[in-house]
Design a protein around this ligand. Structure first.
Ligand SMILES: Cc1ncc(COP(=O)(O)O)c(C=O)c1O
Length: 386
């Protein structure tokens, strides 16, 4: 049941969700039938026709335009990459940072973003970690901005305890202080509405195996195209404004494409881009706002049940600061994970407990089942995480 869309119909597209209580979309989402069908179509075309490459490339461009719509951007601001890590590394290495410059990040935020910037220490760039407080917004970041600060990079939603950082206010701070702003939306995309322009992001990076429902191996990069000073660290023919018709490289003709293709390298992950086309069909049909609201409702139900069991929620509680779909509950993972597994409930171990994460197909019955499995083992004071 949902007041937002027909969840039962959506759930039928995810056979894995019928077999186990799947509360682990923050790790990866199970495959949906239409996504599988799109990959199969691609394989069949390859098998039977040796590959209609132009048809496939046309679909790449259609999907690029739809990704752009999802992010409130234009198609020429979107590049396809391999995953979030690659997107963040492309971004980190495109920023004109020099020795003595400083980048601010959030302590404990996802390492795949952190290492992209920590690697710049080799150039003398400093990375300073700001504590992950329950609310991270312009006011909490401002005291760390000094004369050397050039960039801020963070997730919109943390993988850890579902913090939803106020990226709009931090984007406004970046504009005020003339800082580059790089945002990892991997945990947000497909569940939380994203507006690249409202965020005033310079770059946004993501993978696609969570809210975007695609198997691992496809990433996205948004680049605000007005920042033409940002150039790729790597170069391929696809990055150029004019690819020589005879495909003979010209040493003196290296002008970059004026669109985000300047950051793309070679051929695409075509099966995954086909999968993405199908998952965008599903997401667009439901609406990200509705997915968000549905997950918030599930989260409210979960929090109420946890309160009844006197189990603490790690991370923010109120809708304004929490992600709709990611909740870490204070049960020690080492003690509880096996119990969940034995009872057919899939969750993730986390630093401070057990992470429960929702996808578009979850229902309140999944939450009830989780709670029932917790009750069955019994929560004693010692089995609660500190
Ligand atoms: C915030 C965040 N960023 C990035 C990733 C993954 O990075 P990649 O797409 O490079 O595997 C995850 C989780 O897998 C994540 O939660």
């Amino acid at each position: 049941m949902s007041g937002h869309y027909d969840v039962d119909a959506v759930r039928k597209e995810f056979p894995a969700a019928e077999r186990i209580t799947y509360l682990d979309s923050g790790f990866q989402t199970p495959l949906a039938r239409p996504v599988k069908a799109a990959i199969e179509l691609f394989l069949r075309e390859g098998l039977e026709t040796a590959g209609p490459k132009q048809v496939w490339l046309d679909r790449v461009e259609q999907t690029r335009a739809r990704v752009a719509r999802l992010l409130g951007a234009s198609a020429d601001e979107i590049a396809f990459t391999k995953n979030t890590s690659e997107s963040m590394n492309i971004a980190a290495n495109a920023l004109p940072l020099r020795a003595g410059d400083k980048v601010l990040m959030i302590h404990g935020d996802h390492p795949n973003n952190a290492y992209a910037f920590l690697n710049l220490q080799r150039k003398g760039v400093a990375v300073e970690f700001v504590p992950m407080t329950e609310i991270v917004d312009a006011d909490s970041i401002r005291p760390y901005v000094d004369a050397n600060t050039r960039a801020i990079s963070m997730s919109q939603v943390t993988f850890h305890a579902g913090h939803r950082f106020d990226v709009e206010s931090i984007g406004a701070l970046c504009q005020e202080k003339n800082l580059y702003f790089v945002v990892d939306v991997m945990q947000a995309i497909g569940v939380v509405p994203i507006d690249a322009k409202a965020m005033r992001a310079t770059f946004i990076g993501s993978g696609s195996h969570k809210g975007l429902l695609v198997p691992q191996g496809l990433g996205l990069l948004y680049w605000v195209k007005s920042r033409t000073e940002l150039e790729p660290a790597y170069l391929a023919a696809a990055s150029l404004a004019d690819i020589p018709a005879d495909l003979i490289a010209r040493p003196d003709e290296l002008a970059l494409s004026t669109n985000a293709r300047r950051f793309e390298l070679g051929n695409f992950n075509l099966p995954a881009i086909h999968a993405l086309g199908a998952s965008l069909d599903m997401i667009e049909a439901i609406g990200v706002q509705n997915i968000q609201n549905h997950c918030f409702d599930l989260g409210d139900h979960l929090i109420a049940e946890l309160d009844r069991l006197e189990i603490r929620l790690i991370g923010p509680r109120d809708r304004q600061h929490r992600a709709p779909h990611i909740y870490v509950i204070a049960l020690p993972a080492a003690e509880w994970l096996g119990h969940f597994e034995q009872n057919g409930v899939r969750v993730s171990p986390e630093r401070d407990g057990i992470r429960v994460s929702f996808g578009m197909f979850n229902t309140s019955a999944d939450v009830d089942r989780l709670i029932d499995v917790i009750r069955r083992r019994g929560v004693t004071p010692s089995s609660r995480a500190a």
